[in-house]
Design a protein around this ligand. Structure first.
Ligand code: CP
Length: 408
């Protein structure tokens, strides 16, 4: 992965996929997503982009343009205004909206008659279930598809699978995949072939539910929502003055990437903390600070978010001392030593500021990223994060599917 910087901001990300051997270059030209060695996959021409409705901005980069078309592929490129529009709508669905003007009894009408396909080609509990709950609360029908039990197991490509699902007239595809950029490839394919499966050339919404090491945009949004709730920032979602630490496996974490860009856009300071093998200095190009000294910084944090160590994304290596590990890793020589230096244990819990919160996207490796005491403490927001995930995904589904329908 490389970063290109121009005029002080990140202009591009390069992701490689060994599986497909293709590259995704996002944000090289604002409003245009490139794929397959620079081929244009989604244009930003005037008259093509359609807004998601009154009060929603068009965004400043790929993320914005794609969101406006009814896709949410990443938080990178979304403007603060767009992030606040999604979070503000989530606030209504979370029941935190003060004026109560939106009647929950009417929510089932919002997406009545629509069909959402959950295409999960990598395991999931929280994201998959909460997208299904969110869609059903809005009145949509949900179809579930995984690698096992679908024709992916017979060698069908993800792009062909998405085309076939779209040809059946689904309104939204929620997709998780182990390869960075897989949902971008699906958007490109659907756009290129739209007239072969839809009389009106309609492209259904595509929502990224986590792609490789790239992004997990709805997780980023629900984490932001949880911080905003705890620090009384639901009015306006202005996070300035707050410092959020993201601890651990930043190099492999799509949750960290969505968090860094989303939190930063809303004014929070973000510090990534972990060993050099998991927290490369180059991540600072995304707009965060880095440090390898958790004990030196923990007392300065308002929120400490601890994504799971993604052992399955590390090169295989020794477990160190014959320890039983969740997975082999060259990046973490010894899980026991990692936990001693970076684990959120009771001693570190005691060093947190009064009122500081503990977060984890799940699933938790208890005794690796954090102790059970930390995970189950009064400061832990883990289950509030999960609860907010439904409201955030209701907002995203409603806004994306409505934007897609307006684009017919
Ligand atoms: N946080 C998260 O993405 O969890 P799942 O992998 O269970 O969906």
């Amino acid at each position: 992965m490389k970063f290109a910087i121009r005029a002080g901001r990140v202009q591009g990300f390069l992701f490689t996929s060994a599986w497909w051997g293709w590259v995704y270059l996002g944000e090289r030209v604002p409003g245009v997503v490139y794929c397959s060695m620079g081929k244009r996959i989604a244009g930003g021409g005037a008259g093509v982009v359609r807004g998601p409705g009154p009060g929603h901005g068009q965004g400043s980069g790929d993320g914005g343009a794609l969101f406006a078309r009814g896709h949410l592929l990443q938080l990178a490129g979304l403007s603060a205004k767009e992030l606040r529009a999604i979070l503000g709508r989530a606030r209504v669905f979370a029941g935190h909206d003060a004026d109560g003007s939106d009647d929950p009894k009417a929510w089932r009408e919002r997406l009545r008659g629509k069909v959402v396909a959950n295409l999960f080609f990598e395991d999931s509990t929280r994201t998959r279930v909460s997208f299904a709950v969110a869609a059903e609360r809005l009145g949509a029908q949900v179809i579930n598809l995984t690698s096992v039990g679908s024709s992916i197991s017979k060698g069908e490509t993800v792009a062909d699978t998405a085309l076939n699902v779209a040809a059946m007239g689904v309104d939204g595809i929620v997709m998780r995949h182990k390869s960075s950029g897989a949902p971008h490839l699906v958007v490109r394919t659907l756009a290129e072939r739209a007239h072969s499966y839809d009389d009106a050339g309609r492209v259904c919404s595509v929502i990224n539910a986590g792609d490789g090491r790239h992004e997990h945009p709805t997780q980023g949004l629900l984490d932001i929502y949880t911080i905003a709730e705890r620090f009384d920032r639901l009015d306006g979602f202005d996070l300035s003055g707050l410092t959020v630490g993201i601890v651990g496996d930043i190099a492999s974490s799509r949750v960290a990437r969505s968090g860094i860009v989303g939190l930063g856009a809303l004014g929070a300071k973000v510090v990534c903390i972990g060993p050099p093998t998991l927290v490369p200095r180059s991540i600072e190009a995304m707009g965060c600070k880095t440090t390898h000294d958790l004990d030196g910084v923990i007392g300065k944090l308002d929120a400490v978010n601890v994504p799971r160590i993604q052992f399955e994304r590390h090169d295989g290596g020794g477990g160190g001392g014959g320890e039983k590990m969740p997975g082999a890793s060259n990046a973490v020589a010894s899980v026991r030593e990692y936990y001693e230096v970076y684990g959120l244990n009771s001693a570190r819990l005691a060093k947190l500021r009064p009122g500081a919160i503990v977060m984890h996207p799940g699933p938790i490796n208890r005794g690796v990223e954090m102790s059970s005491e930390a995970a189950d403490s009064g400061q832990s927001m883990v289950l509030r994060q999960v609860r907010h995930g439904v409201a955030v995904r209701m907002a995203v589904l409603e806004m994306c599917l409505n934007a897609s329908a307006q684009g017919r």
